[in-house]
Structures are given as structure tokens and as C-alpha cells.
Design a protein around this ligand. Sequence first.
Ligand code: SF4
Ligand code: SF4
Length: 333
Amino acid sequence: MTSDVTHIKHEDDLVAFLEKEFGALFSERDSILVKMHMGEPGNRTHVSAPLAKKVVNVLVSLGCRPFVFDSPVVYSSPRNNEAGYLVSAARNGFTRDSLGVPVVISNRSETFNGELMAYELCSEPLEADGVLLLSHFKGHICSGMGGAIKNVGMGCMSKSTKGAIHTGGEPVYGDGCTECGACIESCPTANIRLDRGRPFFDVSWCPGCSNCVISCPENCIYPKTAKFDSLLAEAATIAFGKFGRSYAINVMQNMTQLCDCVADSGPVLADDSGFVCGADMVSVDIASLDILEQETGSKDLFAEYNRKSSRLHVEEAARLLGRDMEVTIKEIG
Ligand code: SF4
Ligand code: SF4
């Protein structure tokens, strides 16, 4: 695995660069799954269909057989079943006609055991000759930031496993509360209250981000299964290890506070900064965070809005893969 990544500032330079990268990685007739989020109905800041078409066309020009893929979501949404997601995707511009390649939504999966729990991995990414992660780099309420690791660790899981990762990160109170209020401060959904010397959680409004667990100085809150970041990273690294050849592109455009799963993903927090391309999901996420820090001067811009560190799940994925957080970034443009 190489930790070299390339930062391409301008879209005009992207195609020529990808032609070389994909040409060296993929072969004629390869089936290439392009994993991307096609946006909740009403969301206007997800990776656009014209950009996806540009990337897909590079694969087509090399004689590959790409298809765009996502799995249904677990929450209440038109995207929580295959047919509904296809309708939503079409409304956001993603159809076979517009892209020139199939759009596949599927919940078919195979189960693999991790250290923390078992995960149902979507079958299509495991069966394809190659996986291209085309990920929107933006804020996320549970992981601080959502990029390539999130696109795999949540996006390549079945509905059931998506739910289990969120539920697994929900808080359980143990003992020893000093009523310091840190957990209340940390909660992005404001659903913790202190009463009779202990915290109470409204689990109907809890996405299981585990930030209260992390923030408690007395260690008196613990997650139902494991911290959200640990589950997300374990799911992602198990799946990544089972892909054939793979490549990752983080799109640093419309870097909103929240993710593409909501119609209104909040304010755009930084100027567009192009694309980060590389061989693996961890390197492109580290590089994207480093670039954002350099360009905004903020150590963790998304955390300022979402209260949750953007780096925890990235650090955990790096640890699981036995690598450090160093990347070499080559600049184009
Ligand atoms: S897990 Fe996250 S959302 Fe749920 S109570 Fe804790 S801090 Fe709030
Ligand atoms: S952070 Fe821990 S000690 Fe502080 S109020 Fe919450 S549960 Fe109690």
C-alpha cells in the first residue's frame, strides 16, 4: 500500500491524470464498481452526476465495464429500498441514460467476523474486478468527517449492519457520574439530560456517534457494542481488504457541515479544493484532512461545527492497517 496521493486543484486536470492512473491499474473488460452516494432527495451538494460521468467515461474509454453502485440506507427515506433509491438517484441525475453505464442499488451481502462484531458486506464490491471510491469529503454528525473510509465502512455495508454500527455506538450509563456536564456539551443532537445525579439519553434521537462516551472524564458512559469510530473503521478495513484492485478519489467541493444523507446539509464551510486521488481510502482521507487544515488554518474545521473529531475513525483505520498517519502529497495545478 502506498501513502502517496495527488491533489488536483482544477477539474480540467482531472481526466488526463485519471487516464494514466486507471490505465496502469485496470484492464480492458474489467468490471469496475464506482462506489458513491447519489444524494438524499433535495440534497444539492453531493458529488454531481456530470462529475461522476466524467470519471466513468475515463473507465469506459479504457475498455472497462464500470457501473455506479450504492446500498440502501437504514433510516426513513425513499433511499431505504432498491426501487426507491433508483427513483431518488434518477431525480438527482443518476440514470443509465445520463451516465451511459448501469446504476445498481443492492442490499445483497456476505457476513464476515470482526473483533468487535460481525459485518454484512455488500456482495457487489467483493465481486467486481475493481472498486473506485468516488467520495464526497464533507462533515458528518457521527464521524466528524465523511470521506473514503466512511464510503466503505458504512456505504458498503448492508442495511442491517449500517443499523448495527449506529446502534452499537449508542451510550449506556455505568456508574460514577460527577455531573460535570461534559457529555451534554459533546452531544450533537442535544439529547442528554442530567437527573438524580446521572445522565439520561433519548435513544430515539441518538445516531450513536459515541461522542458522550469519548467526552466523559470519569469513563462512566460506555457504548453498547463499541465506539462508532471503531466499528466504522473495522467495517471499512475488513471490506477494503477484500476488494480487488481499488482506487480512491475524494471530492473536496461543497464541503458542507453535514453529509449527503440529509436534504439540507448545512453551510459550506470551506472553499472548494479540487480532488485528492490515491491508491487507498486511508491515505486520501488523511491527505484531505491535512489539506483542509492547511487551507483553513483550523486543526479540525468539521469538529468546530459537529463537535466530533474528524480524525478518530481515520486514526483507527490506520491502526488496524498497521500504518501511520503520514502521507506524501503531490500537487497538480
Ligand atoms: S451517542 Fe452521540 S448523539 Fe447519542 S447521546 Fe451520545 S453524544 Fe449524543
Ligand atoms: S461526562 Fe460523565 S461525569 Fe460528566 S456529566 Fe456526563 S456522565 Fe456525568
